[in-house]
Design a protein around this ligand. Structure first.
Ligand SMILES: NC(=O)c1ccc[n+]([C@@H]2O[C@H](COP(=O)([O-])OP(=O)(O)OC[C@H]3O[C@@H](n4cnc5c(N)ncnc54)[C@H](OP(=O)(O)O)[C@@H]3O)[C@@H](O)[C@H]2O)c1
Length: 355
């Protein structure tokens, strides 16, 4: 049983990460984030989950300094943003995060979102920083199984952490099993569904049994699933209450009941880049999950384009590239042939299943 807030879990390189941390997404740079970080540290938190894109690293740095807790007791993480990826960009972004956080190393540095081939270059820079002792553990974020399958053979150091959306309506059993097999620690973002777990009847019922809040029950469920958790709030009362999860243990039945709420529902729909997915589709053995991501990516792109057309007439229209008809037909035929080659085995399998 994980008994108190000082408990940590060992990563694949021996570095230990606290089970509970404070997320700081959307906390305003300046007073708000600084106060939240100080309150958290005063109440025993040692892990602060940050990212360049949250634009509040300076406040986090000030909050940590003002807390008076020695740097080596803290566990500070940050992430390289999409537009900073690549070797040079990562080196620059990392140094900026260090400067803003007022530290000379990070405990965990992650790729914020997979960006295909360029993320491999990003990783090379991160491996170099790791070897120099500037980063204690390397991590990725938002990497699903097909991203890891593409990524792992191309890199030298296996990520220590994968930070992904994880909550009762998105329990990711396949990803959890894959990460366990490769000794990658899963960390949950939006663990309490941005507050929505408060309204789930099954969780309210379990919470009443333990005299806890639905949020405390879900955070405890994370720990019992072996998942590090980083709920976000700026409110002192909530920061304290989110840490009161170490004095009770859910039964296996309660854990299973929360597991059963899974609906594979993402709070923040993010879809891959289409060219990356096509490449994965061609090279991967298991094609059906990638095909489904590809369909989502294409429909996401179409929806966005339509939204742009109908909602914002003033938005500058993308320049139309003129492609000759013959070239269009050729591309269409080529794409159809590729898709057929890629999914024919799965299609035969499905046909056989129903035959
Ligand atoms: N890697 C990624 O791509 C990624 C993406 C999203 C998030 N993250 C990380 O994960 C962290 C957490 O995710 P999240 O911020 O999306 O959502 P979350 O932690 O699931 O939920 C945050 C929301 O829950 C509310 N809340 C927190 N504690 C509460 C309590 N005790 N009682 C009632 N309401 C409470 C907060 O309300 P108040 O604000 O009113 O307190 C806030 O609106 C982020 O801060 C960030 O560090 C990473």
């Amino acid at each position: 049983m994980i008994k108190d807030i000082t408990a940590r879990v060992k990563l694949n390189n021996g570095v230990e990460i606290p089970w509970l941390g404070l997320g700081v997404l959307r906390l305003r740079e300046g007073g708000e984030v600084e106060r939240a970080v100080q309150t958290a540290i005063k109440n025993g938190y040692r892990l602060i989950d940050n990212a360049a894109i949250y634009h509040n690293e300076k406040g986090v740095g000030r909050g940590i300094r003002a807390s008076g807790v020695p740097r080596k007791e803290m566990f500070i993480s940050s992430k390289v943003a999409n537009d900073q990826q690549g070797y040079q960009g990562t080196m620059k972004a990392f140094q900026r995060s260090l400067d803003w956080l007022q530290t000379d190393y990070l405990d965990l540095y992650m790729i914020h979102w997979p960006q295909g081939e360029i993320s491999v270059e990003t990783w090379m820079a991160m491996e170099e920083l790791y070897e120099k002792g500037k980063i204690r553990a390397l991590g990725v974020s938002n990497f699903w199984v097909h991203h890891l399958e593409y990524f792992l053979p191309k890199i030298n150091i296996v990520p220590a952490v994968n930070q992904v959306e994880f909550h009762p309506e998105l329990t990711q059993p396949e990803l959890l099993a894959y990460c366990k097999k490769h000794h990658i620690q899963v960390q949950a973002w939006s663990p309490i569904m941005q507050g929505k777990v408060l309204h789930i009847p099954e969780i309210k019922k379990i919470a009443a049994k333990y005299d806890k809040t639905p949020i405390q029950v879900v955070l405890r469920w994370d720990l019992q699933k072996g998942v590090v958790t980083i709920p976000r709030t700026a409110k002192p009362k909530e920061i304290i209450s989110n840490a009161q999860i170490f004095d009770f243990e859910l039964t296996d039945e309660d854990v299973a009941e929360i597991d059963s709420l899974n609906r594979n529902k993402k709070i923040f729909p993010y879809y891959d880049q289409i060219p990356f997915l096509l490449k994965v589709l061609i090279n991967n053995k298991r094609k059906l999950p990638v095909v489904s991501e590809l369909i989502k990516a294409i429909s996401f792109k179409i929806r966005n384009r339509l939204k742009m057309m109908f909602e914002n007439n003033n938005h500058p229209k993308p320049q139309k590239i003129k492609v000759p008809v013959v070239k269009r037909i050729k591309s269409f035929l080529l794409l159809s042939a590729c898709s057929f080659v890629c999914i024919k085995d799965e299609a035969m399998h499905v046909i056989q299943m129903f035959a």
